[in-house]
Design a protein around this ligand. Sequence first.
Ligand SMILES: NC(=O)c1ccc[n+]([C@@H]2O[C@H](COP(=O)([O-])OP(=O)(O)OC[C@H]3O[C@@H](n4cnc5c(N)ncnc54)[C@H](O)[C@@H]3O)[C@@H](O)[C@H]2O)c1
Length: 375
Amino acid sequence: MSQIRLGIIGLGSMADVHIKGFEKIEGMRLTAVCDTAMDRVQRITEQQRDVRGYTDPRKFLASDIIDAVLIVTPHKFHPQYAIAAFERGLHVLTEKPVAVTAADALAMNQAHAQHPELIYSVMFQMRTDPLYRKVKQMIESGRVGKLLRVNWVVTTWMRTQAYYNSGSWRATWEGEGGGVLLNQCPHNLDLLCWLVGMPTQVVAQIGVGKYHKIEVEDEVNALLTFEGGATGSFITNTAESPGVNRLEIVGDLGTIIAQPGGTPVLTYYESAGSVSEFIATTPQAWGKIASNLHAITPAATDWGHHCILQNFINAIRHREALIAPGEDGLMSLELSNAMLLSGFNHSQPVNLPTDHAAFDKLLNRLIAQANQKKK
Ligand SMILES: NC(=O)c1ccc[n+]([C@@H]2O[C@H](COP(=O)([O-])OP(=O)(O)OC[C@H]3O[C@@H](n4cnc5c(N)ncnc54)[C@H](O)[C@@H]3O)[C@@H](O)[C@H]2O)c1
């Protein structure tokens, strides 16, 4: 198949990262760019004369010079552009999160279902990290057994006030629809669901503007319940340094501890047998089941945004299986919407899938309150 003609909408800092990565991508060329800010468009078209620029998203999507769209605008615009693109017969790769609300993510999935011939993917590049690929492979090959507990402390997302001040949409209910859960943690929430499935219930405590002058959450402490009775926790904030990033997945047959970083650490404790069986059957009052420690080195393979983009292009050209289907974008939003619903309702338990109308109502109230304060 000939080269895929790609258009990008939203030409901010993340678009720059994607454009830099294009040299690694085979089978595509950039043909059009769009941003509502003219200077952003000119910055690209002056460097790349064969790329056509648009400030009107409708003209961009109707241009007939693109086969696929990469959506890199603030999150709340992702749904409208994805749905309009599907209607124009365009393949879609959207940045994370696919939307702000689970209801919008569902609408995107439904719009895609009307056009199953089109490819729809989401930029969850952490799924290509060899560390998490290895964890997934170990779970799928049965090395953990029945899930008992999953805990993720991820507090390495420190952000400064200057970062939050760098864009008027950032860290506002109206512009972004949330804080650390919507901007930094979609990756972790996605990985959590990808690895062990979506929880069935969430209880959360949130800190709103606790460490920064922002109107959204910058701290979350959540307890999770999974089908089958497994429990978990998810702890994050944007105020610690250096922070901790430690994922523990504990099962009846083994425990995985994954710690990313310059030198990723992947530890596997392999139980000599089923722990639950041992507990039930051993005659020893102080019996311990043996476990072998394995320090695993994940393969040093290339990973990152460009891998998701290459996979998207390959899916269009050769029907390669998607690493991150767009439909999966719903899971992390169900989880983040549930944490906010619980956090704003005195830590009441919230069942998943969430009550979409209840979350929309909460978000509209938070937007109205924030706007009222600004008056
Ligand atoms: N995958 C990742 O690791 C990763 C990392 C950073 C950001 N992101 C995501 O990328 C998206 C953009 O983030 P960013 O940091 O580049 O933001 P940014 O503010 O730097 O850029 C956003 C751009 O979108 C343009 N824009 C705003 N409203 C628009 C509209 N209605 N139509 C067209 N263009 C519009 C703005 O003019 C700006 O140029 C966000 O959804 C964010 O979550 C993903």
